[in-house]
Design a protein around this ligand. Structure first.
Ligand code: NAD
Ligand code: DGY
Length: 325
């Protein structure tokens, strides 16, 4: 008998057909108030789950007593509780690697846009406010030759640092749970504690996962340690920073500017104080959002689920170390 799978976001037809060839698929085009009840009912029989952008809290997954594997179309795994899944011996599959370069491109776009005030000045042109050559008060700051501090030198952190080192002649420094010999060798990156990094970087870029240890890693105290001229970039998860403290730091001139792809609550409300700040560049969580990379992530996630349901966890299992296998 075919395994029962819930697909909880839309994916291209050929990928859905690959799932349907092996599984009995129930489809939800995102989970919302209207279909929540039907989703909970479908959980009762589900062997597998695949999708993204929905918090799969334990109370919800308690309703899926037969669940054997979950596959998230993301590298970040924070929408699931890894320990809860491990207690039930359920693997969580994710999509590391395929999105590194695209996400690093996005993060570098944030670096460039904040440093050169690209969005603010583009808006000035569009709104007919470009009436004479811009003066000193609207000048940007250089990126090339500056110091780039990466907090969380993993796959994506490395890809950002590579751009800084080879493309922009930047000095790379990083803090991380462990030393990264490849970054030190290839990019001449210097390992240091977070406090030293915050004090000495021109650009501070956060690329850790969201975990109990990284939640609110950067708050008022950390912004106060940064240079007044520092530019802060967050591509990890919104909850890794204290957003209210960032608004204060940007409003009071504690730091120069910020470029953000992720927010405490997404989508960010247009009423957020961040939206009123010219020195904040705000992207709608588009780190991996190119056609090529999103397709690669979906293909990877479909493969991951099919493999996991067949007992093969050899690739891309995020909680393998916690499972009883
Ligand atoms: N903005 C986006 O669209 C987007 C896209 C992809 C990934 N992400 C986020 O980026 C995260 C990182 O992705 P990755 O593939 O580079 O992961 P990764 O596991 O390769 O890298 C994360 C790094 O953070 C380090 N780290 C973890 N906890 C830390 C701590 N407390 N202090 C210092 N360092 C710590 C790890 O040691 C690791 O080197 C994802 O978990 C996801 O949340 C966002
Ligand atoms: O974690 C990820 O893969 C990105 O944030 C896309 O959701």
């Amino acid at each position: 008998m075919k395994k029962k799978v819930i697909l909880y976001r839309d994916i291209p037809a050929p990928e859905r057909q690959r799932l349907e060839a092996q599984c009995d698929v129930t489809f939800f085009d995102g989970i919302n108030q209207d279909n929540q009840q039907a989703f909970v009912s479908a959980l009762a029989d589900a062997d597998g789950l695949i999708g993204s952008s929905t918090d799969m809290r334990p109370e919800l997954l308690d309703r899926a007593p037969k669940l054997k594997a979950a596959s998230t179309i993301s590298v970040g795994t924070d929408q699931y509780d890894l320990n809860y899944l491990a207690k039930r011996n359920i693997p969580l599959m994710h999509t590391p690697g395929v999105l590194n370069e695209t996400t690093a491109d996005t993060l570098f776009t944030l670096i460039m846009c904040t440093a050169r005030r690209a969005i603010e000045l583009s808006n000035m042109v569009r709104e007919g406010r470009w009436t004479s050559n811009i003066g000193e008060s609207l000048y940007g700051t250089d990126v090339h030759g500056k110091t780039l501090g990466i907090i969380g030198m993993g796959r994506i952190g490395y890809a950002i640092a590579k751009r800084g080192h080879f493309g922009f002649d930047m000095k790379i420094q990083y803090s991380n749970r462990s030393r990264k010999p490849d970054a030190e060798q290839d990019l001449h990156a210097t390992y240091m504690d977070m406090e030293t990094l915050l004090k000495t970087s021109d650009f501070v870029c956060v690329m850790t996962p969201l975990t109990a240890q990284t939640e609110r890693l950067i708050g008022a105290k950390e912004f106060a340690l940064m240079k007044k001229s520092a530019i802060f970039i967050n591509g990890s998860r919104g909850k890794v920073i204290d957003e209210a403290a960032l608004v204060d730091a940007l409003s009071n001139g504690t730091i120069r500017a910020a470029g953000l792809d992720v927010f405490e609550v997404e989508p960010l409300s247009g009423d957020s104080p961040l939206c009123k700040l010219d020195n904040a560049v705000l992207f709608p969580h588009i780190g991996s959002a190119t056609a090529e990379t999103r397709l690669a992530m979906i293909t990877c996630a479909v493969d991951n689920l099919l493999n996991a349901l067949n007992g093969d966890l050899s690739q891309n299992c995020a909680n393998l170390h916690l499972l009883n296998r």
